[in-house]
Design a protein around this ligand. Structure first.
Ligand code: ACO
Length: 406
C-alpha cells in the first residue's frame, strides 16, 4: 500500500525496513542454547538431550541444573545443589502475612506472582543482575521458595493451616507434604505421586520463547531483577491460551460430562467456531505434529489414573475427543494435535489438586526454564532492551477542540 497509507513516522523511514509480525510468528528475539524444538518432527530437547530420556531417567532437580548450568551435574554437584535449595525453602515470617490479606477465594496464580514480586522487598541486597553471586543466590531462593509459596496459596484457598517445609524431604516430596499434609500428623509420601509430579515438572521445565518466557526476557532486558522478571512470567502464564489451558481443559471435559451435549455435538460447535469455542489442549504455535510431551503424559495419565482411580470418565471423554480430532479434516488440515495441557489436568485431578491449582503446577515446572533463559539473556552481550516497533494507523495530525464544540 506504500508507506503513506500507514502515516509512517520520519523516524521509521530513517531506520529502513520494519517488519509487521503480529504474535512474532516468524521473528526470533534472541539466540539461545537452552531448548531445541522441531515442531514438524515433534522433537524437543533440553541442552541437546531428548525430552523422552529426561522424562524417563532424570529428576526435576537434575533437569533444573541441566537447564540453568548447561550440563548434567556430577553426583557431588547435584548433592550440593540439593543441599543449597533445602536450606532456603522457608519464607520470611513477614512474607507469610501477605497470604492473610488475599480474599479466601483468590485464584492462586495472582497470589503466586504477588509473593514472588514481594521477594524483591525481602532481598534488596541481592538484586544486581550483573553480580553472578547475587544472581546465584536469587536462583536458589526462587527454586526453594516457589513450592512453599504455592503450597501456602493452596492452604489459604482451602482454609487449612500452613505447614513449614520439612527439609529432610526432596523438593517435590516437600511440596506434596506442605500441600496435602496437616500439622502434627505424619505425612506418608506416595512414590506414585512423587514420580508422576516430578515427571510432569520435567516436561514443563522449558519450551524456548513461549509467551511467559519471552515476557521474563523482555522484562529482564530492562535490567529488572530476577524476582520481578519471574513474577511477570507467572502473570503471562496465567492466560487461558497459555498455562491457563490446563485448567480450561478440565473445565471443558467436566462441562461436556455435565451437559446434555455428547462429544460429537461439542466437536460440531468447535468446528463451527460457535461463540469462539475451541478444543482446549489442542493446537500449538510451533508443533504441527504430536507434541512429544503430550505423548509421554498420555501414557502417564493411563498409569496414574489406574493406580489412583477417580476421573476415569473424564479420561474417556478426552480419549474420544482426541480420536475424533485426529480423524477429522478440520483438525488434520490445521495440523491441530494434543498439546502438553490436554492430559495433565486429568493427572493433577487424580492426585487431588483442585482445578485452580493446575496452572500453579505448570509455573513450578517452568521455573528453571525461566531462570535459565533470564540468565542467558543477562549474560549475552547481544542483549538490548526489548522495544518492538509499530505501524501507526491512527489519525493524522488534527487540532484539539474545546469541549463545547465536540
Ligand atoms: N480448537 C479449534 N480450532 C483451533 C484450535 C483449537 N484448540 N487451535 C487453533 N484452531 C484453529 C483456529 O481457529 C484457526 O483456524 P482458521 O485458520 O480457520 O482461522 C487455525 O486453527 C490456526 O489457529 P491460530 O489461533 O491462528 O494458531 P496460533 O498458533 O495463533 O494459536 C494456540 C496457538 C493459542 C495454542 C491455539 O491452538 C489455541 O488456542 N489452542 C487452545 C488453547 C491451548 O490449548 N493452549 C495451550 C498451548 S500450549 C501451552 O501454552 C503450554
Amino acid at each position: 500500500e506504500g508507506e503513506d497509507a500507514y502515516n509512517i513516522s520520519p523516524l521509521l523511514k530513517n531506520t529502513g525496513h520494519v517488519t509487521l509480525d503480529p504474535g512474532f510468528v516468524n521473528t526470533a528475539s534472541c539466540r539461545s542454547a537452552i531448548t531445541y524444538i522441531d515442531g514438524d518432527a515433534g522433537i524437543l530437547r533440553y541442552r541437546g538431550i531428548p525430552i523422552e530420556q529426561l522424562a524417563e531417567k532424570s529428576s526435576f532437580l537434575e533437569t533444573s541444573y541441566l537447564l540453568i548450568y548447561g550440563e548434567l551435574p556430577t553426583q557431588a554437584e547435584l548433592d550440593d545443589f540439593d543441599q543449597r535449595i533445602r536450606r532456603h525453602t522457608l519464607l520470611h515470617e513477614e512474607l507469610k502475612r501477605f497470604f492473610e490479606g488475599f480474599p479466601r477465594d483468590a485464584h492462586p496464580m495472582p497470589v503466586l506472582s504477588s509473593a514472588v514480586s514481594a521477594l524483591s522487598t525481602f532481598y534488596q541486597d541481592s538484586l544486581n543482575p550483573f553480580d553472578p553471586e547475587q544472581v546465584e543466590i536469587s536462583t536458589v531462593r526462587l527454586l526453594a521458595k516457589l513450592p512453599t509459596i504455592a503450597a501456602y496459596a493452596y492452604k489459604k484457598s482451602v482454609g487449612q493451616p500452613m505447614l513449614y517445609p520439612d527439609n529432610s524431604l526432596s523438593l517435590t516430596d516437600n511440596f506434596l507434604r506442605m500441600t496435602f499434609g496437616f500439622p502434627a500428623e505424619p505425612y506418608e509420601v506416595d512414590p506414585t505421586l512423587t514420580k508422576a509430579l516430578d515427571q510432569l515438572f520435567i516436561l514443563h521445565a522449558d519450551h524456548e520463547q513461549n509467551c511467559s518466557t519471552s515476557t521474563v526476557r523482555l522484562v529482564g532486558s530492562s535490567q529488572a531483577n530476577l524476582f520481578a522478571s519471574i513474577s511477570a512470567g507467572i502473570n503471562a502464564l496465567f492466560g487461558p491460551l497459555h498455562g491457563g489451558a490446563n485448567q480450561a481443559v478440565l473445565e471443558m471435559l467436566q462441562g461436556i460430562k455435565d451437559s446434555d451435549d455428547d462429544v460429537d455435538a461439542f466437536m460440531k460447535k468447535v468446528k463451527n467456531k460457535e461463540q469462539g469455542v475451541r478444543l482446549m489442549g489442542f493446537g500449538h504455535r510451533v508443533y504441527k505434529n504430536y507434541d512429544p510431551r503430550a505423548a509421554i503424559i498420555k501414557k502417564t495419565a493411563d498409569q496414574v489414573l489406574d493406580q489412583l482411580a477417580g476421573g476415569d470418565e473424564l479420561l474417556e471423554i478426552a480419549l474420544r475427543l482426541e480420536e475424533i480430532a485426529l480423524a477429522d479434516d478440520y483438525f488434520v488440515e490445521r495440523k491441530l494435535y494434543p498439546n502438553v495441557d490436554f492430559y495433565t489436568g486429568l493427572i493433577y485431578k487424580a492426585m487431588g489438586f483442585p482445578t485452580r491449582m493446575f496452572t500453579v503446577l505448570f509455573a513450578l515446572g517452568r521455573l528453571p526454564g525461566w531462570i535459565a533463559q533470564w540468565r542467558e539473556m543477562i549474560e549475552d552481550p547481544e542483549t538490548k532492551i526489548g522495544r518492538p516497533r509499530q505501524l501507526y494507523v491512527g489519525a493524522t495530525e488534527r487540532d484539539w477542540q474545546p469541549v463545547s464544540s465536540r
